[in-house]
Design a protein. Structure first.
Length: 364
């Protein structure tokens, strides 16, 4: 007599799932210094793969093709960083002017608060002094954390080309490993999933770069028209921050508004706010749906959740990587029958799903 498999109760299965997720998130968190650079390098390697293939087709040695593709990508990145850095150096020369103007505005604001709400000036000054002291007392630790982050970023920047080279050089080996790992899955299904993931990542990253270029142009042109100092570099920084989902746009708007109100007046700051609201509207309703959104079908609820989780686990890098990673999971879920409900949950095709459910009920 054959033994019947043990059926675990629902609460036991839920406990297993919860423990598994906790263990997974813990590993992702403690291993972020290794995992994040590897994922970023993998995405960039997939993006550069067509360039390597193009050079391969022109009878160039594969190793040399990989090196040329990486070199070209990093030269472009270095030129952009050099331009932004030179503009920031010019901006730093004007910091004393901004500081003096900010102090004057702060005094005017304190005077207005004192007169409007009938607060004694001494009380306000004591509160400001206390707040300043607390901020300064935390400055050392914050500076240490910042320097640690910058040194970590420098290490990643130096290792990134090595990781990209190795991913591209061992591409065939890695693909063969994946095929052997999923021997029980039809080879056609594995091939289709890998091809779809590759196409999704390439189109998504190219779409992001195109979006950033358009947003940077709109930001810079608008700031130049308003007359804000350092309009071009602020426009570029705003476009780069805009790549961070949901919160990047808020930070990108605050910086030029602060500069506008310290160098011009409140009216200019208001115009900056209007400009960035218009650019955000165009970005969310025209640019992203046409260029980026058509490549990645993830609904807003899941997007917000994964961005928050990514930020909690991996910081800003996690926020940036969360959308392409969840899009990759959707591709995998859609191709595996038991996981298709999770693909529907992640996707943005709710009307289609509801229609299919109604059709099933009608057939019954």
């Amino acid at each position: 007599m054959e033994k019947q498999p043990i059926q675990l109760p629902v609460y036991a299965k839920m406990a297993q799932v919860i423990l598994g997720l906790v263990a997974l998130f813990y590993v992702l968190y403690i291993g972020k210094d290794i995992i994040v650079p590897l994922i970023l390098a993998l995405l960039l390697a997939i993006l550069l793969n067509p360039v390597v293939n193009f050079l391969d087709n022109h009878k160039i040695n594969r190793t040399l093709s990989i090196l040329l593709a990486i070199l070209a990508a990093f030269i472009l990145m270095a030129l952009l960083l050099f331009f932004v850095g030179s503009q920031l150096a010019r901006f730093s020369d004007s910091v004393p002017q901004f500081k003096q103007k900010f102090i004057e505005l702060n005094q005017q604001l304190l005077q207005w608060v004192s007169e409007t709400f009938n607060f004694p000036p001494n009380t306000i000054n004591e509160w400001v002094a206390k707040t300043k002291k607390e901020v300064m007392s935390q400055g050392t630790s914050v500076m240490g954390q910042t320097l640690g982050t910058l040194s970590g970023m420098l290490g990643v920047f130096l290792l990134l080309p090595v990781y990209i080279f190795l991913f591209l050089y061992y591409k065939i080996l890695l693909l063969s490993f994946i095929a052997q790992l999923f021997q029980n899955v039809p080879s056609k299904t594995v091939t289709e999933i890998l091809a779809q993931i590759k196409s999704l990542i390439q189109n998504y990253l190219v779409g992001l770069l195109t979006e950033a270029a358009i947003v940077a142009t709109l930001n810079s042109a608008g700031l130049l028209i308003i007359g804000v100092q350092y309009a071009v570099v602020l426009g570029i920084i705003g476009a780069m921050l805009n790549l961070i989902p949901y919160i990047g746009g808020l930070i990108a708007t605050a910086l030029p508004m602060l500069i506008a109100i310290t160098t011009q007046d409140a009216t200019a700051a208001l115009w900056v706010l209007v400009l960035f609201l218009v650019v955000q509207f165009l970005d969310n309703n025209l640019i992203v749906p046409k260029i980026v959104g058509s490549k990645v079908k993830v609904n807003d609820l899941i997007s917000i959740i994964v961005v928050l989780v990514g930020g909690a686990l991996w910081g800003v890098s996690g926020m940036f990587l969360s959308i392409p990673l969840i899009a990759i999971l959707k591709v995998i879920f859609d191709r595996i029958d038991p996981l298709q409900p999770f693909g529907y949950l992640i996707g943005d095709d709710q009307p289609t799903v509801m229609k299919s459910l109604r059709q099933r009920k009608t057939k019954k």
